[in-house]
Design a protein around this ligand. Structure first.
Ligand code: SF4
Length: 151
């Protein structure tokens, strides 16, 4: 949390729990994105907004309304429902709602991957062996490879 009074900085932390990343942007320095009882992504506030590395985080960001947006444009909800935690899923808990899910996603839970200093995410798309096609986190890489191949 940022100090509310710059002259009096208390040495303390506050855990703020919300689905609203707009509120998080105003209040928090670090963000831990949870889904299905697991940490999906953990990063500084700027990394979460400028370079998110998890499909659930992408979905949360896409659902933030803006006062500038076209009023005819509908908000983008994340389709589907959270998992039934009385029967926890075997693989990634976000798999039934994830537009990028692959077969391995429903079978095995990915580990947390360090994507940058202070930035970790749990997603098979970050695996070095993951294909670049339909992969929002490797699109720049695949585009660069295509351009290099064309030159
Ligand atoms: S591991 Fe698979 S299902 Fe889970 S968020 Fe990543 S791509 Fe989607």
């Amino acid at each position: 949390m940022r100090p509310c009074c710059p002259q009096k900085v208390a040495i303390c932390s506050i855990i703020f729990i919300t689905h609203d990343l707009g509120v998080v942007a105003e209040l928090c320095d670090r963000v831990v994105v949870l889904y299905g009882g697991l940490v999906m992504e953990e990063a500084g506030i700027d990394q979460i907004f400028e370079d998110p590395k998890h499909p659930y985080t992408l979905g949360l960001l896409a659902s933030i309304p803006s006062v500038d947006q076209d009023k005819s444009r509908r908000l983008q909800p994340i389709p589907g429902s959270p998992p039934d935690m009385t029967k926890p899923p075997k693989g990634c808990p976000f798999a039934p709602r994830c537009q990028y899910a692959r077969r391995i996603c429903a079978e095995e839970l990915p580990e947390m991957t360090q994507v940058a200093q202070g930035h970790r995410s749990r997603c098979w798309l970050l695996d070095p062996e993951a294909p670049a096609e339909q992969n929002p986190f490797k699109q720049e890489t695949s585009k660069r490879h295509r351009e290099e191949g064309a030159s």
